[in-house]
Design a protein around this ligand. Sequence first.
Ligand code: SF4
Length: 360
Amino acid sequence: MARQSHEPDVQDIPGRRSCVRTDSEFAFELRVCQWAEREWSPAREDSVVLVARQLGTKYRRWDTLVLECDPDGLARRGAFGLDAFDSDALHVLRHAPAEWTFYRDALPDPDYPWRYVRESIHELADRDAVETRKRGRRIELRRRRPYPDWCRRLVAIENKPDLTASAARDLAGQLERDVALGLADEVWVATEATGERVEPILLADFPPEAGVLTLDTTGDAEPVWEPRSLAADAPGTRILERPDDDSSAARFDYADPAWKAEKRRAIAERAYERGWRSYADTMRPDCRHFELRGDETGVSPYCAAKGYIPTQSECRGGCDSFAPEPPAWRTKGWPIEGGPGAAIKRLLARRRRERRPGSE
Ligand code: SF4
């Protein structure tokens, strides 16, 4: 139970099944993220891969996101720090001039009030992303460095380890919406491999543009249906409502390429900040039963009391087996940095930073 060093050990798991409950979508999702980080083949060989989870738009949240990035652009993005920029901040950053200019002359008209633009300018100045000065009553700005186009492709993966018939029907509708909108460059479904000659998921009524990936319990994945690239730069269609019967009309909305580009940039920013290891922020690594365990497939959270990877919803202060780490853990070998729980968070944050060159 005693933990000796200032960084937690990642413990070896003798058998993968000892750690993975195949009925936990969260555990499966981590396996998909680990596999994608290790093995994803980007469309361009010189792209580097970032993986994130549980991100999307107001209307649609994807389980896993794979970003294929320009390595030089990613390093230049890193110079802005790890925190994400939202859409309003990106509007300023992308148009910030090299020379001092009155902000209203430098920036395109926003489709929202200018006072929000001024707020974004001040927030960016606080982050040292732009410089500002006052000329009389006018705010002028200039950029510190150009904001790069760093994300080349956005790939969305929906994780369904246990694909029942009704889950397949729901998923088919979601995938149709994803394909029609074309916000991601590719959409995939990942499911548990069954070992059957024809994977049952291939019999589901999914749009042919969606790829299918099967994962086995050792963390290896096989694409069993290749996706088609979606037209992310072209106009898309938002399917707002699709009735089950033919008696009423479906409702659609048009998504113009500028809207899509803005959403893609904002999603990429959030993925850059969060990655997929941020589960420690909402779980209880400060519980004495919380561990990080690793095997050939990667590192996962593990509950020593329950004997498996706990879900994020059960690993909370209200958990019946929650036991806060003893104060002694925080005062002896852990004088300033906090106890093992804080060290686990630091370890995961460091792993995230390692994939983001140029960031502090
Ligand atoms: S006992 Fe509960 S709170 Fe503690 S690690 Fe396990 S699931 Fe998380």
